[in-house]
Design a protein around this ligand. Structure first.
Ligand code: GLU
Length: 434
């Protein structure tokens, strides 16, 4: 990774698009709030980053060495917190950018964590379960020295889930020689996980959408929405919105977009996903049979709807696709789905955008609830979990909305200012030593 320092400003840039965007967004918010230049420099770098090699014995007896990373951007507010992703575009720089976003997400979320992220560069869909297990355990052992309930608490992210968390936790517990459920979150419910965590990110995104409707005086039963991605985030976002009366006119996944202007029955889509999931690779493939039209995946952006919820990939709203968007409101369920150029274009055209680190913060807030329960050895009911989650998200939404309205800035700018302020104040209070 080339670490570039911009001439004249002395500021950091990166040839990795995600890290570069994270840095540009941070600098621009820091300038807006006149943040002390010392704090700007400190917060533009990750505190710690480790690169690990992950040798895996493949099923055919050969050995493949994967590249893995774990980054702790900040531990100012508490242990660094963030997921582990398995994807081909994972690099140390990308993890740095994502870890920085986690710092702002946790800060804005009002939870006692800093930001971290990790991952392995791999196509996990091409690995057998045994290969994935060996890879995950070796990665877990290699990052174990910096993981801990009071130091760095990983969680699932793209292409990882409860099973990966159990493998990592089991490996580290065996290395430690004692049981430690709070060293990571996103565990299965039957094994120290929390009831509510699976739906938490979607519940948070849906709550942000509904709060935005309330703030704009819109009646959910008169609103239409499209949801991109039908995984852990999008599926629950769509379901919870529908329960609140919103008409979901299209859903999509890597197999295509499924569209019905009269509304798609999301419970049916869940049912469809759960019938013969292995046969369709856990996807919506064939769902057009259930009374909807199938169109190409990226065409979801151009469909007529009031709200668009990008809940899948980064960069889907870019300078080419943004002019096609019909929706007037965007709620970012995914991390970084909008490029800065696209956001500028959309803002100029009156689109209101709820930024990722507010809209998808339900996941990490839910992780905090799981961690707190693990530390106590005590479990909450689903109702307690959901009520606390929705209350926190509503509160955070209002904070961001009110500041944006009062200062005539975008919600992203407002979210950044609120998030950076909490971290910067603590860094300043704690001082520079180490
Ligand atoms: N991977 C999720 C995120 O990006 C959750 C992280 C966590 O729970 O620590 O927010």
């Amino acid at each position: 990774m080339a670490d570039l320092i911009e001439e004249g400003t002395g500021r950091r840039r990166s040839d990795n698009e995600l890290l570069d965007t994270a840095l540009r967004d941070f600098y621009s918010a820091a300038d807006y709030m006149h943040l002390d230049e010392k704090l700007v420099s400190i917060l533009s770098f990750a505190e710690r980053r480790i690169d690990v090699s992950v040798p895996v014995e493949m099923d055919d007896g050969s050995v493949q060495v994967f590249k893995g990373y774990r980054v702790q951007h900040s531990t100012a507010l508490g242990p660094s917190k963030g997921g582990i992703r398995y994807a081909m575009d994972v690099t140390g720089a990308e993890c740095e950018g994502l870890a920085m976003l986690m710092t702002w997400k946790c800060s804005l979320g009002g939870i006692p964590y800093g930001g971290g992220k990790g991952g392995i560069k791999c196509d996990s869909t091409k690995l057998s379960k045994k290969e994935r297990e060996r890879m995950t355990r070796t990665y877990g052992a290699r990052i174990a020295p910096i993981v801990g309930r009071w130091s760095d608490v990983p969680a699932p992210d793209m292409y990882t889930g409860g099973q990966e968390m159990v493998w990592i936790m089991d490996t580290i517990c065996k290395m430690l020689g004692h049981f430690e459920p709070a060293i990571l979150t996103g565990k299965p419910i039957g094994y120290w996980g929390a009831i509510g965590r699976t739906e938490a990110t979607g519940r948070g995104a849906a709550t942000c959408g509904l709060e935005l409707m309330k703030a704009r005086g819109l009646d959910p039963s008169k609103i239409t929405a499209t949801v991109q991605g039908f995984g852990n985030v999008g599926s629950y976002t769509a379901q919870i919105l529908q329960q609140a009366g919103v008409k979901i006119v299209a859903i999509s996944d890597t197999t295509g977009t499924y569209y019905n202007p009269n509304g798609i029955n999301i419970d049916k889509a869940f049912e469809y996903m759960n019938t013969n999931p292995a046969q369709r690779g856990g996807k919506l493939r064939g769902f057009e049979k259930e009374n909807c039209e199938k169109i190409p995946g990226d065409e979801i952006i151009g469909l007529d709807a009031d709200f668009f919820f990008p809940c899948a990939l980064q960069g889907v709203l870019n300078k080419d696709s943004a002019p096609k968007l019909k929706a007037k409101y965007v709620v970012e369920g995914a991390n970084s789905p909008t490029t800065p150029e696209a956001e500028e274009y959309l803002t100029d055209n009156g689109v209101i955008l709820v930024p990722d680190f507010l809209a998808n913060s339900g996941g990490v807030i839910g992780s905090y609830f799981e961690w707190a329960q693990n530390l106590q050895g005590w479990s909450w009911t689903e109702e307690e979990y959901n009520t606390r989650l929705v209350d926190l998200i509503k509160n955070n939404f209002c904070k961001v909305w009110n500041y944006a309205e009062e200062n005539k800035v975008t919600m992203r700018r407002s979210a950044y200012v609120n998030a950076i302020k909490r971290v910067a104040d603590v860094v300043d209070m704690r001082g520079l030593y180490l």
